[in-house]
Ligand binder design. Structure first.
Ligand SMILES: [Fe+2]
Ligand SMILES: [Fe+2]
Length: 123
């Protein structure tokens, strides 16, 4: 999205998602994957809080809709995590869910506030 601090956070989340993928499909280690998914959700939450703080500070006009999307994403991930924990999820289902989960938000919704951040001097 062209804002260094958030690009780095997005990169970190993408790395974690890649690790979950590799852990399930190559190492077949569900216990490690579970720990990674928990970290992923925790770090995603911290990232969302960070974005919401900045949007609030700058008075970004779509911040409420953006924050609502964050809340929905966290809720969805928790449902999937619960299913994964109870074993009703195949090893392939989780990576597939993750691929479709956060990336569209990063590519579409996060881009909408990038211009606003740049106007306020973010690089
Ligand atoms: Fe983001
Ligand atoms: Fe966001």
């Amino acid at each position: 999205m062209g804002i260094t601090v958030f690009d780095q956070e997005h990169q970190r989340l993408a790395t974690l998602m890649g690790q979950v993928h590799a852990t399930l499909l190559e190492k077949h280690d569900r216990a490690l994957a579970l720990t990674l998914i928990e970290s992923l959700i925790q770090e995603t939450r911290a990232h969302f809080d960070h974005e919401e703080r900045v949007m609030e500070e700058l008075g970004f006009h779509e911040r409420e809709a953006h924050a609502a999307e964050h809340a929905t994403l966290i809720q969805e991930a928790q449902v999937q995590l619960q299913m994964f924990r109870s074993g009703t999820f195949s090893a392939l289902a989780m990576p597939n869910f993750l691929k479709a989960w956060l990336i569209p938000h990063m590519q579409v919704t996060d881009r909408k506030y990038a211009a606003c951040l740049r106007r306020h001097g973010f690089r």
